[in-house]
Every structure is written in C-alpha cells, then in structure tokens.
Design a protein around this ligand. Structure first.
Ligand code: ZN
Length: 276
C-alpha cells in the first residue's frame, strides 16, 4: 500500500496511490481523519489497506504523506562514510536530534532558503513512520511498529548548525523536511537492508549510498529510542544520510535559489524540490 496526502495546502486529503491513480479515502472510508496520529490510532491504516477501488487519475499537488507528528527524530552520523567525510568521530551509540513539525514539506514543494543563515545543504535519508506506538520496544518486535517508509531530505543550514554548536536551529527552519512521495507499507519493501539512496542537484549525482551501510539498523534504533522515549503513532524517524552532502565536498557546494534537489530511494520513489 502507498498512502498519500493530496490537494492544495491546508486542504489535503488522505488517499491511496495506485499506479498513476489516487483513491480518495474520504470517499472510500467515510469519517477517515487526515494521515496523522488519529489515522493510525483509529485503525484506518488497516481499513485503507482493505480498500479495493482503482482510483482516478490525479494531476494536482501531492503533499507530505503524514502530518502533525508528535516527534520528528533524526539520526546524525549513521553512515560511516558520512561521518568520515566530515572528519567527525564515529558515534558509539545512535546520535539523535530533532526537527520540528514546521519543517514538514511536500515531496514536490519549494524549500525556502533562510534569509538569516547561509550554507543550505541536502541530505537524502530513509525515514520511517510509526504505526503502533510503544515504550521499551525490543528490537525483535520493532518492525511490527512501523507503518511505512518514505524518502526524506534532511535539509540543513550549515552556518546555523555549526555556529550554534548544536543542531536544533539549523535543522528546523520552515520547509526543511520535504518527504514522500508516499508512505510505502513494509510489505512492499523487499529488502530493507539493501535500498539504494541517491541525491541529485540539478541532475548531477551527489550522494549514492545503501541502507546496507547503516551503522545502527532500524530495529536497534527503535529499541534504543523507545527505551525512554514513548513512540507515538505518526512519529517520524529519519535514519541518517550517506556521504556526499554539499558542505564536505571539495570545494563545498551550497544550494542557491533555483537549484533543484532530487532525492530517491529504490522501491520507494523520488522527491524533487526547488530551492527558492
Ligand atoms: Zn540528516
């Protein structure tokens, strides 16, 4: 199943992506909430999976596939090659940070280059969305708590990130988390540990990595995080980026108005955002 949110900003509806068609879930499942915590808590994920409509062609806007998460938890330095390219130490335990919900952005919407801080950069990442919440989830049970996966660009303002000496501000500017294009349920992913991630800037390949190289794998991450942080339905966890971000290139590359960043992950899809 591929869940989407579609429609104009502020009027998005939940839907199912079927090829090039979309099934409007507000028609197929009367009373369905938007795809956020209530959607998962109310059993609508399972109900949506049982919808058999073929849908209708849709040519409008696709939005971020989930909204109003309680938390967006991100991983720093979770690929060895990325830790090394920045001459950074390799973490001995998962390095967590947060992005705020104002960062959420559609898979094809514009990303705003902040006026107050330079060096806007890209990071292609595999993100997961929690379907069933919990605390102290063991790694062996972890995958059953996941509703699905999507492509996530952890956009970063390096100037703010580095000058602040911690990452909150530089990671949390408006529009800094384009994600999508849809939420892909786990049954559609053949081998979670062998997905190819790529980022292109204006068509030029900048990042290419594989989830095979994640330092801390998803089941362990869920066990580690949920040990003391209750995971809620709709929470987003983004698993970190491989090498090839702009700031550590020689010479460094920063995004300028008009640049287009495409992030893609095999078996999931692509997101494509213009920076303005
Ligand atoms: Zn990141």
């Amino acid at each position: 199943m591929r869940l989407v949110r579609f429609g104009e900003k502020g009027k998005e509806k939940p839907g199912l992506l079927k090829g090039k068609n979309i099934v409007d879930l507000t028609l197929a499942l009367p009373g369905v909430p938007d795809i956020g915590p209530e959607f998962f808590e109310g059993g609508f994920f399972e109900k949506a999976a049982a919808v058999t409509d073929a849908g209708k062609p849709f040519a409008g806007r696709i939005a971020n596939p989930v909204t109003r998460p309680e938390k967006i938890i991100c991983l720093g330095k979770n690929y060895l090659d990325h830790a090394k390219e920045g001459n950074m130490s390799v973490p001995e335990a998962p390095l967590l940070f947060c992005k705020t919900a104002n960062t959420l952005n559609g898979p094809f919407d514009a990303v705003l280059i902040p006026k107050s801080s330079g060096q806007t950069d890209w990071e292609v990442e595999l993100a997961l969305v929690i379907g069933k919440g919990g605390k102290a989830i063991s790694s062996k049970d972890a995958l059953a708590h996941i509703a699905g996966y999507c492509v996530f660009n952890d956009v970063s303002a390096r100037q703010a990130q580095f000058s602040d000496k911690q990452w909150f501000r530089g990671k949390s500017f408006d529009t800094f988390a384009p994600m999508g294009p849809c939420l892909v349920s786990p049954d559609e992913i053949e081998d979670l540990d062998n997905l190819t991630l790529e980022a292109r800037v204006n068509g030029e390949l900048m990042q290419q990595g594989s989830t095979a190289d994640l330092l801390f794998k998803i089941p362990f991450l869920i066990e580690f995080i949920s040990a003391d942080i209750t995971l809620k339905p709709g929470d987003i966890i983004s698993t970190g980026t491989p090498a090839g971000v702009g700031i550590f290139r020689n010479p460094p590359v920063v995004l300028c108005p008009g640049d287009v960043v495409e992030c893609s992950i095999s078996q999931i899809g692509s997101i494509n955002n213009r920076f303005v």
